[in-house]
Design a protein around this ligand. Structure first.
Ligand code: SAM
Length: 258
C-alpha cells in the first residue's frame, strides 16, 4: 500500500493537502513505536498522475535517499558541505522548490511519505534544474531518530502539518512534546525551527509545546511575522480564503546546559 496522508480525516468541513483523499480511516493506525508518537499520516493509496509516477521511477535514484537506520553524512549526500535545512511534510513540494532555489547556498532535505507529493517535487527539481534538494520518502520520526545526528541541522521547516481537527485525533498531530524534544536535539545551537499553520487551535498547541521545550527559545513575543523566504502557496491562499488566520512560529535552538 502506498503511504499517503489526509489532513481532514473524518471532518467534511476540513481541508486536505492538495491531492489527498478524505475518507475516514482513523483508528486503524498503530501507535508509532517510539516517542509515544501516533502516526501523523494515514497509509492509503492516493491519486498519482502518470507524470508523477514516471518522475518517481526515473528520478528517485538521482535525488532520493533510502531510509536506513544509520547517520546520514550531509556533505557526502549533497556533494558539498553546507548548512542543511530539514523540511518535514513538503506535500507537493511547491514551497520546498521555491525556497531551495532562492537559498542556493544551503542544502534542503525534504521528508515526505506521500507518493504523489514526492513525484511532484521530483518533477519540480528536474524542470527547474535544482541541485540542492534531496528527498527521503519515509516517516520523519524515524528519519530524525535514526538518520539525523544530534546538533546537525541549521534549520527545520514544518509548514501546514496535517491539522487533525477533531479532538480525538489531536494525538496524531506532529507537533507534540516528545517529537519537539527529538527535533530540538537534532538542530545545532543557533539553528531554527520554523512552523506555520492555518489552524488557530493547532497554532496555540504549537506555541505551548515549543515554548515548553528547554532547548528552544522563541525568537518573537508569541507568533512571528511570515518571513520573506516562506512563499505564500496555493494551499495557504486557499486557507486564507476560508477565513483561516495563518500563524508562523520561529524558535531558536539554544546550547544544552551542561
Ligand atoms: C497538510 S500537508 C502540507 C504540505 C505542505 N507542507 C504544504 O504546505 O502544502 C502535510 C504533509 O505532511 C506529510 N506528513 C505527515 N506526517 C508525516 C510524517 N510523519 N513524515 C513525513 N511526512 C509526513 C503528509 O504526507 C502531508 O503531505
Amino acid at each position: 500500500m502506498t503511504p499517503t496522508t489526509d489532513s481532514s480525516l473524518g471532518n467534511p468541513g476540513a481541508r486536505s493537502a492538495p491531492g489527498t483523499p478524505t475518507a475516514d480511516a482513523a483508528g486503524a493506525e498503530p501507535p508509532h513505536p517510539d516517542y509515544g508518537h501516533v502516526r501523523s499520516y494515514v497509509r492509503r493509496r492516493g491519486h498519482i498522475t502518470p507524470a508523477q509516477k514516471t518522475a518517481l521511477e526515473r528520478l528517485m535514484p538521482r535525488w532520493a535517499i533510502p531510509y536506513r537506520p544509520e547517520p546520514l553524512d550531509f556533505a557526502a549526500t549533497f556533494g558539498r558541505p553546507a548548512a542543511t535545512i530539514l523540511e518535514i511534510g513538503f506535500g507537493m513540494g511547491e514551497t520546498t522548490a521555491q525556497i531551495a532555489t532562492a537559498r542556493a547556498d544551503e542544502n534542503f532535505l525534504g521528508v515526505e511519505v506521500f507518493n504523489a507529493g514526492v513525484g511532484a517535487l521530483l518533477k519540480r527539481i528536474e524542470l527547474a534544474g535544482i541541485t540542492n534538494i534531496r528527498i527521503i520518502q519515509h516517516d520523519a520520526v524515524d528519519v530524525l531518530r535514526d538518520m539525523l545526528p544530534p546538533d546537525s541541522l541549521a534549520g527545520v521547516h514544518i509548514y501546514f502539518p496535517d491539522p487533525w481537527p477533531k479532538v480525538r485525533h489531536h494525538k496524531r498531530r506532529l507537533i507534540q512534546a516528545p517529537l519537539v524534544a527529538l527535533l530540538a536535539s537534532r538542530i545545532r545551537p543557533g539553528g531554527y525551527l520554523h512552523c506555520a499553520t492555518d489552524w488557530t487551535n493547532y497554532a496555540e498547541q504549537m506555541l505551548a509545546v515549543l515554548s515548553a521545550e528547554p532547548l528552544l527559545r522563541n525568537t518573537c513575543d508569541g507568533y512571528a511575522p511570515r518571513p520573506d523566504y516562506r512563499p505564500r502557496t496555493k494551499f495557504e491562499t486557499r486557507g486564507l480564503e476560508l477565513g483561516h488566520a495563518v500563524h508562523d512560529l520561529i524558535f531558536m535552538r539554544i546550547p544544552a546546559v551542561p
